[in-house]
Design a binder for this molecule. Sequence first.
Ligand code: IMP
Ligand code: MG
Length: 175
Amino acid sequence: MNNTNISIYLTEDEITERIKELGQQITKDYNNEPVLLVGILKGSVIFLSELAKRIDLPVTIDFMTVSSYGAQTASSGVINVKQDLSDSIEGKNVIIIEDIIDSGNTLNRLIQLLAVRNPKTLKLCTLLDKPSRRQVDIDVDYTGFIVPDKFIVGYGLDWDQKYRNLPYIGIVENL
Ligand code: IMP
Ligand code: MG
């Protein structure tokens, strides 16, 4: 694999350290109550796996695949649920786990969709946030890192489905 045009932005150690802190914060906030981590596929898988290990609470995990129609189309902000959760979230403490929040359109719709299923609580945790690109206001409860308006890969994030397995977070140069 040729990684020459990807520069390291966050090292594996830096990410691990931050995920530990997020896990401790979540553990403290939920005060022994069980939490359900809802990972948005595919980008969140590596982050979710690492975060789950750092949460000292009864944890369950579920996944959902959604695709968002791009902002350039008329149906901007509409999401298509390609694969739904396997269980009900009613009465549960749900934390949505995302890789990165960009325009915020996907999450905005997803939060609305999950909120009507009557979870006990619904929070949002993202590894990365690109606030400079936001189109809709999103209340983010847990953020790993704020990133610049660059194309990011690694630690679950892809470029044309590749580079998800990089153990660090990189910026694709010369895009
Ligand atoms: P949005 O917030 O609805 O614009 O969409 C966010 C989704 O777009 C994320 O969950 C990623 O899958 C993808 N995405 C946004 N920015 C990047 C990036 O810099 N690298 C890789 N994927 C990205
Ligand atoms: Mg995503």
